[in-house]
Design a protein around this ligand. Sequence first.
Ligand code: TXA
Ligand code: MG
Length: 342
Amino acid sequence: MQTTVLAIDPTHPDPAVIAEAAALLREGELVAFPTETVYGLGGNALDANAVAAIFAAKERDASDPLIVHIAEFDQLNDVAREVSTTAHDLAERFWPGPLTLVLPKAQGIPPGVTAGGGTVAVRMPAHPVAQALIRAAGVPVAAPSANRFMRTSATTAAHVLEDLGGRIPLILDGGPADAGIESTVVRVDDGNVTVLRPGAVTVEALEQHLGRPVEVAVPKAAVGAMASPGMLERHYAPRARLHYDESASPAQVVERAMFAAEGGTSVGLLLAEEDRIPGLSSYIQVRRLGRERDLEQVARMLFATLRELDSVGVDEVYVRAFPRQGAGLAVHDRLRRASARE
Ligand code: TXA
Ligand code: MG
């Protein structure tokens, strides 16, 4: 299959391009499109064949459910059977935006979307291209991140092409994704809010809005219970082996990277803007994610930088730890999984 990449203005998307993409979705085809978090691989959420095609294109395991994207609050009733007061309150505060709510699923949602489960993940993206596309398609759009299974999420159209070229007919190129990290997935039970996947909406923002603490599911414990199947330990992995030790200081991480490089390994090193490197050998590929205080910038750069280091061909990547607050919690979560051994 020939994959077409069409450039689209991220703030004022061309209606003709949107109409073409929407027509493909209505015909059961797949379209990759930008959202404010990462690129999504979209298909008609009400069409079981389109949903199956998403899993096939990504080589994704059928046990990992998809997020359904909507453009209007009215569409929520087509996706979720029931929206609790707390879920409604969170949607009103954070939509459109990078928050995904896990809710009881509506009848019309094919079982493939939810991996056979009784709940469905829903989000209303803020990106103008995503909104225009969902509106023009006239159906809710199931869209996982537009990467192949086990790869880091795609934050540019070039990443999507790298992973899914030849497998899907169309990629809308709206430039680099703004957040660079996926949405925050939350489960709401009886007013209890649990973060299943830390993401672009921070835990602090959720707590500030709710006026009470929010639980963050510990991924390891969640694997058995399959609270969020995407929380499998090894995930979001680059090709290079990633070394992430939260307890190491930046200076220790630099030291370990230099030691590995001296042993003849080709090494990448991810640091903060302000980290000092004493007499660094020129054969280490150093990349700066952003200042330690600017965790949103670090999140924005993370996946793209890991992909870039893969394309340079390093064997091992050493990364310094960033504070676990704000967007740093999602950064920590992705680094921890990308460095997991199994
Ligand atoms: O930012 C995002 O969320 C992007 C953009 C495209 O919207 N999408 C995305 O989708 O990251 P995906 O499929 O790569 O990740 C979806 C996550 C997975 O961890 C999955 O297990 C979880 O959401 N999930 C989906 N449905 C669920 C459900 N019913 N219950 C619990 N977790 C669910
Ligand atoms: Mg994903």
